[in-house]
Design a binder for this molecule. Structure first.
Ligand code: TYM
Length: 328
């Protein structure tokens, strides 16, 4: 059996956070050694909510630089910007005829994002169809993501199966890869909610936060009543979240982290978490500064989109033929 291809995407919709890193990006870095990997800055997904054009352009480059700075090697992976490969939008359109309104309007993330808005665009509704197109274009068998993308992945699987049933075996049905620890890093100021780049800056540590900002944010992080540093996500969501962040940043298990802080106070514990996070971010920030705005970064993205477009074209053509498009 050939090794499964890997695909994953990251939105340039805000600052990347340690949630993105611990839940997804660090897995990308490991997978690149064993799999053929495609990683994509999904700017078209970001456009499903209003964006400032200049900021979106700058953030797209920033996210690409950060993915490389986290350890992706352009000699091993194909890194590219979604809009540079028009086949994503084309396949998405072809999938609209295989996707039901009910299954899109039932998506948890759609309901959350639509809830407090006066108007809701069809972009927000169709978001997971574009995601399915992203994944299936590359015949990816494995999709490393955080827990919040699970439902979207199920739709991608359903579309693949539906297409295969209707038009004959075409798509690999992708499997999500969701880690046991760190797949849902929680917000620092409300540990019952997911850490998210679209919330207030105090709720997350950004990958580019300077050390003193990291320390201040973690010092302010909401903890729980009591004094024990124990991993009990239900009763102690704040402390459990910090233990997870610490363990993953320091390369330890949650149990080892619990034992290490046994008997210590919350303030000392938070200092140790901050130090571990700062040390994790230090090399990432240094490499980011070399890459941002560089010709090297632009060359990597140009080469990435060329390679991605070649693979995507093969799938798109097959789909067009099967669906009855008269090819030019
Ligand atoms: P995005 O940009 O919101 O997040 C990028 C990755 O980070 C994970 N993540 C988290 N993991 C743990 N804890 C958190 N608090 C946390 N916040 C975010 C996300 O699960 C994701 O893996 N729809 C996707 C982008 C996308 C995509 C794709 C992903 C577009 N096409 C195809 C996979 C395959 C998104 O908005 O991720």
């Amino acid at each position: 059996m050939p090794m499964a291809r890997v695909f994953s995407g990251v939105q340039p919709s805000g600052d990347l956070t340690i949630g993105n890193y611990l839940g997804a990006l660090r897995h990308f870095v490991v997978l690149q050694h064993e799999h053929e990997c495609y990683f994509c800055v999904v700017d078209l997904h970001a456009l499903t909510l209003p964006q400032d054009p200049g900021e979106l352009r700058a953030r797209t480059e920033k996210v690409a630089a950060l993915l490389l700075a986290c350890g992706l090697d352009p000699a091993r992976v194909t890194l590219f910007v979604q809009s540079h490969v028009p086949a994503h939008a084309e396949l998405c359109w072809l999938f609209f005829g295989l996707t039901y309104l009910g299954e899109l309007s039932r998506m948890t993330q759609f309901k959350d994002k639509a809830r407090n808005r006066k108007t809701v665009t069809t972009g927000l509704l169709n978001y997971p169809v574009l995601m399915a197109a992203d994944i299936l274009l590359y015949q990816a068998g494995l999709v490393p993501v955080g827990d919040d993308q699970k439902q979207h992945l199920e739709l991608a699987r359903d579309i693949a199966v539906r297409f295969n049933n209707r038009f004959g075996e075409t798509f690999v049905v992708p499997e999500p890869m969701i880690a046991k620890v760190g797949a849902r890093i929680m917000s620092l100021d409300d540990p019952t909610r997911k850490m998210s780049k679209s919330e207030t800056p105090d709720s997350y540590v950004a990958l580019l936060d300077p050390p003193e900002v990291v320390a201040a944010k973690l010092a302010r992080a909401v903890t729980d009543s009591g004094r024990e540093i124990r991993y009990r996500p239900k009763e102690k969501p704040g402390i459990s979240n910090l233990l997870t962040i610490y363990a993953l940043s320091a390369g330890k298990t949650v149990r080892e982290a619990e034992a290490e802080f046994d008997g210590l106070g919350y303030a000392d514990f938070k200092k140790a978490v901050a130090e571990a996070v700062v040390e994790t971010l230090r090399p990432i920030q240094a490499r980011y500064r070399e890459l941002i705005g560089s010709a090297e970064l632009r060359d990597i993205l140009r080469e990435g989109s060329r390679r991605a477009a070649d693979v995507a074209a093969v799938t798109l053509r097959t789909v067009q033929e099967k669906m009855g498009i008269l090819l030019p």
